[in-house]
Design a protein around this ligand. Sequence first.
Ligand code: 13P
Length: 236
Amino acid sequence: MKLIVGNFKMNLSYYEIEKYIDFFKEKDYSNVFFAPSSIYLQKFVDAGLYAVAQDVSAYEVGAYTGDVAAFQLKNLGVNYSIVGHSERRKYYHDDELVNKKIIRLLEQEMKPILCIGENKEERDNKKYLEVIEKEIKDAFNNIQKEYLKDIIIAYEPIWSIGTGVIPTNEEIEEVIGYIKKYVKEKYEFDIKVLYGGSVNNKCIETLEKIENVDGYLVGGCSLKYEEFENLINNIH
Ligand code: 13P
């Protein structure tokens, strides 16, 4: 079964979250995960839903105002965290922190969902495979092979995030195939790769024809619970 992760980003009020949880809590979607703002993670866990952090501190513990540590997430019952989302790379210089963040998560036996993907210019200049390879290499740096197995990759081309512009199936298949091959050859394990970028109910039927995708990281379409449930039911 494919993994489906809803990334709410910095959206939804407390009351909207309560309604959202009410809608999903009695349903039995074992492959659906929710990534709300960190202040709401506990509510998802308490409702028996799978919660994913949107980010984690690069540091273990201590004087890092505003950060949330991996051990604190783990204590809440959160076992997954997104790392290196392109919005964090863009606004918070996360490129340099991704490797440390992954290490913090693995120390807690948590699973990182590592986001990688090229921007429009890199795509147009046919540099996208280089970009992807570098992002993986930097993220996996100095981590022993046995621990890397817990990492999931989300391929999110930046030019597709929030734009409604979706790559062709061939374009997605090429990159996912490349990631899987590269990781297998260099790090010797089979990595799961999700696709993210404007996934919605209009394009899902087409995306579902892609052979090598292991799931989806969904932004906008996960914000309305009914729309998200429709999407879930369209994924096999
Ligand atoms: P959209 O689905 O809104 O394009 O966002 C994708 C994303 O960034 C998920 O992490």
